[in-house]
Design a protein around this ligand. Structure first.
Ligand code: UT7
Length: 326
């Protein structure tokens, strides 16, 4: 059952939807080789490695590559991981806030590189984009599709001023992808989801055409803590779960202090949280699938594990989804 939005003018919700389950049957990532360490930044701006680590949790980020190139690499790995034929993919969804071009979308180029001519479109929901994509993929599975590729990919170095200490310390490039399959057994499942936006906050994080990201960091911080709290609470409620029922949380990786502040209010623990921020920086739509790969590598996800994905970003947008692993 899909319920109509009831919790406000710009909020969408879902719980227990669909006769079929969903399975993330393959995951892959891509990071460019070039590392931009905090110590590199001190040559261009008045900052220090110590300040950046303490105030954000970031030690380094990656730069270079293109959004389509990184997305394709991550997608190829996810396809290999799932061990499925490329041509069984029926839809490509690419979440990005740094597309190769303003027009067309970047997803068709990724599909081309993979040898696909299926539907391919971009999702622009900033750092919430990959979770938005996952929810949309679930909807397509409910419409009859069997296999959707959901990618989050960014080349934020093209819209970041690495001389500006308000933004340059945060952003980096990367990509993560998942093969999202219909699970006829229903063992794996999107238990609930929540998506929202508040366009009154467009001005706190934006980039004009041809320009770099501008941000009111303190206000983004404040709003992020609030919307993470609200969205996680909504998804928990809709799934009929409590904080203790969540085995693993994969939050958007923006600033470790944002996560810690939100968790204090929510009652989540950092032990149950997967973080890759220290070595990736903020990779916007790529950050959640990058952390997902890390959690899988560590064996933190098993059949039946309840995973909470929780994102927020420019817009403001926010999204959360609880997946019971197949
Ligand atoms: O995906 C969503 C994207 N964005 C975010 O999630 C960003 C959210 N915001 C943040 O992460 C933080 O606001 C920042 C990391 C951007 C800034 O940290 P903050 O703790 O909010 O710093 P602040 O702006 O409140 O500044 C505190 C002090 C100031 O000095 P005074 O006035 O106390 O003397 C700043 O001038 O730190 C100074 N400062 C810095 N010092 C060294 C600000 N940025 C830096 C810097 N290096 N890079």
């Amino acid at each position: 059952m899909i319920s109509n939005p009831t919790s406000g003018p710009s909020s969408s919700e879902g719980h227990g939807i669909g006769p079929w389950g969903l399975s993330l049957s393959g995951v892959g990532i891509a990071l460019p080789e070039k590392i931009l360490a905090n110590s590199d930044l001190t040559a261009w701006m008045d900052t220090s490695d110590e300040w950046i680590r303490e105030r954000t949790g970031i030690a380094e980020r990656r730069i270079g590559g293109s959004t389509s190139g990184l997305a394709t690499e991550a997608a190829r790995q996810a396809i290999e991981d799932a061990d499925v034929p490329v041509d069984s993919i029926e839809q490509v969804i690419l979440a990005t806030t740094s597309p190769d071009h303003i027009c067309p979308g970047t997803a068709p180029a990724v599909a081309r590189e993979l040898g696909l001519q299926c539907g391919a479109f971009d999702v622009q929901a900033a750092c919430s984009g990959w979770v938005y994509g996952l929810v949309v993929a679930n909807g397509l599975l409910l419409q009859g599709m069997n296999r959707v590729l959901v990618i989050g990919a960014e080349s934020l170095d093209r819209i970041t001023d690495y001389h500006d200490r308000g933004t340059g310390i945060l952003f980096g490039n990367g990509a993560g992808a998942a093969i999202v399959d219909r699970d006829e057994t229903g063992a794996g499942r999107l238990l609930s989801w929540d998506m929202g936006s508040n366009g009154n906050y467009v001005h706190i994080l934006y980039a004009e055409h041809g320009d770099v990201l501008k941000m009111d960091g303190r206000e983004v911080f404040r709003q992020a803590v609030t919307v993470m709290q609200t969205s996680a609470t909504n998804s928990l409620k809709r799934a009929g779960l409590t904080v203790d029922d969540i085995d693993l949380i994969i939050p958007h990786q923006a600033n470790i202090r944002i996560v810690e502040a939100a968790w204090k209010k929510l009652g989540f623990s950092m032990e149950k949280t997967e973080m890759v921020l220290e070595h990736t920086g903020n990779t916007s739509a790529a950050s959640i699938p990058l952390a997902l790969q890390s959690a899988l590598d560590k064996g933190r996800i098993q059949p039946g594990t309840n995973v909470l994905f929780l994102g927020f970003g420019a817009g403001m947008t926010w999204a959360s989804a609880i997946v019971r692993w197949a």
